[in-house]
Design a protein around this ligand. Structure first.
Ligand SMILES: NC(=O)c1ccc[n+]([C@@H]2O[C@H](COP(=O)([O-])OP(=O)(O)OC[C@H]3O[C@@H](n4cnc5c(N)ncnc54)[C@H](OP(=O)(O)O)[C@@H]3O)[C@@H](O)[C@H]2O)c1
Length: 365
């Protein structure tokens, strides 16, 4: 963990009072204390180098470093996530760009900081499947900033092993792809491997849940109003669920909680293992991905009900040309980021518990 350029141990925190920056809203003394918990070694080192003015410098730097709005974006080293970081930073939000791969994440951050001249972007490594990594991010934010305002759960995988050459050769147009009618064609080039499906659910749903739960205590301390944006997909639309009973169930938010979601995901994995996906009525176009996004929609609604003071929504960015769809998409990441960014910056009286297709609210359940 780095604080003000000094290596520090987490074991013995020491509290220092500082004034907030001019643009920040007024803070109560208890909130102020929460925001400026420095590890003791950092403060000791500063005091040792020069008694008074160095400590003032620490106060000043830290006051500047507490932003009015702080966002975390997952899976942000490329694609839509990277562009969400850029657009949020352009709006004055301080953004923690996270990525599972340290080099890819740092490179992306450097590009935005220097080429796009956005110094308000910071990198933090995060694999959303890793409990310890998620805890470490929460710890970092708590100690460095004391709060979080925006969480964009963007990271995801397709859950498929694809024969990319074969896929290109099929030459599927955007309309056929997005309508879901390509499922039969894709059987030739997509392999629904158990490991990939498991990884897909662990990333797209459990990863989102893991990060959300770890950062919720910090979102509750938001001074500008907490926003959570979950990346969803057309594949989440309930009309694409062939199993009628499950389709009806999924549309009734009253009966769902996280335990029930887990039970459904376990049934899906059992059906996949025993080769019964089609027979059991699961969606056959990107099965694990579709199911993961259907439960993301449910999770969004559950959380929106549980935390009515926050604005919690899910969004389909559009059919964007990125790696997740083997670059078959037609929109640019810049276009794809508009919906998530709009939802990240919703006013206090904005909608919550809703699904957006890019920037438009639609009913998919
Ligand atoms: N593109 C579309 O047409 C489209 C349509 C509907 C929905 N979406 C959704 O939009 C979101 C962004 O997708 P995209 O199009 O930008 O795809 P992308 O370019 O493939 O980006 C996906 C990002 O997620 C990251 N990621 C994957 N597993 C991760 C993990 N375990 N921990 C942390 N990061 C992880 C990837 O990192 P690596 O680089 O390390 O792999 C990458 O940064 C996804 O939720 C996707 O489902 C996209």
């Amino acid at each position: 963990m780095r604080h003000l350029g000094l290596r520090a141990s987490a074991s013995s925190p020491c509290r220092v009072r500082v004034r907030p920056c001019a643009s920040a809203p007024p803070l109560s003394p208890s909130r102020l204390q929460q925001r400026v918990t420095f590890p003791a070694t950092a403060v000791r080192a500063t005091r040792a180098s020069s008694p008074h003015h160095r400590l003032d410098a620490v106060r000043h730097n830290d006051a500047e470093a507490i932003p009015e709005r702080l966002a975390v974006v997952t899976g942000a080293n490329k694609g839509v996530g990277l562009e969400v970081c850029r657009q949020l930073a352009l709006q004055g939000v301080t953004v923690i760009l996270t990525a599972r791969d340290e080099k890819r994440g740092k490179d992306a951050t450097e590009t935005l900081r220097h080429e796009s001249q956005l110094p308000n972007i910071i990198f933090h490594q995060l694999d959303i499947r890793d409990d310890d990594g998620v805890t470490s991010l929460a710890w970092y934010i708590k100690n460095r900033y004391g709060k979080l305002d925006i969480l964009v759960n963007n990271a995801a995988v397709s859950g498929i092993v694809a024969d990319e050459e074969g896929l290109k050769a099929l030459n599927i147009d955007a309309e056929t792809w997005t309508s879901g009618r390509a499922a039969n064609l894709l059987k030739e080039v997509f392999q629904n491997a158990n490991d990939e499906a498991l990884n897909c659910l662990n990333t797209n749903y459990y990863g989102c849940k893991r990060v959300t739960e770890a950062l919720l205590p910090l979102l509750k301390l938001s001074t500008s109003g907490a926003r959570i944006v979950n990346a969803s997909s057309l594949a989440s639309e309930l009309k694409r669920m062939p199993n009628e009973k499950l389709r009806n169930d999924l549309s009734n938010i009253d009966v769902w909680d996280e335990d029930r979601i887990e039970a459904v995901l376990n049934t899906f994995l059992e059906d996949l293992k025993s080769g019964r996906l089609e027979e059991a009525g699961w969606p056959m176009m990107l099965p694990a991905y579709s199911v993961s996004k259907m439960v993301i929609n449910l999770y969004t609604r559950i959380m929106a009900r549980r935390y009515p003071e926050m604005r919690i929504n899910c969004v389909r960015p559009g059919f964007v040309k990125t790696d997740i769809n083997w670059n078959l998409g037609v929109l640019t990441p810049e276009q794809g980021a508009r919906g998530p960014v709009m939802l990240a910056l919703l006013p206090d009286d904005g909608p919550t518990g809703c699904y957006f297709d890019q920037t438009e609210m639609v009913n998919v359940w």
